[in-house]
Design a binder for this molecule. Sequence first.
Ligand SMILES: [Zn+2]
Ligand SMILES: [Zn+2]
Length: 139
Amino acid sequence: MMYCPKCRESLGDDIKICPFCRHKITDYERKLIEDARRKEEEKALEEENNKAETVGRVRVICFIALLSIGLIVLFTFFILMHLDRMQQAVAVLTGGYVFLGLMVLYLIFVKKINDCPHCGRFLYRNYGTNCQWCGKRIR
Ligand SMILES: [Zn+2]
Ligand SMILES: [Zn+2]
């Protein structure tokens, strides 16, 4: 598939004369069109790779976060076993508040990375390739 350089109608690859405007497509024009298309494909591929890289990075961050949380929980239980009742109550309450604060931060973070880059609205449960609000491509 390519486009007539004169009238912009889409043409088959091997067409020599545009059936819409009768423009004769020269070898030079064909080469220009192919170069432009190749550049566009390379750009799309690069964008795809960048996105995959971002997803990979987010996965690593999530894994490290989960691992840290696991270690913190284990450590907390270890400490709680060595405290008296009053200290245990204070520790559990403090821990609860810290946990709530972290949850709020996490939700803000999730909202931030899930906003549509075009219209800024929250992409709730959107696993497709287009924004459900503005219809533009998001992945
Ligand atoms: Zn044409
Ligand atoms: Zn949008």
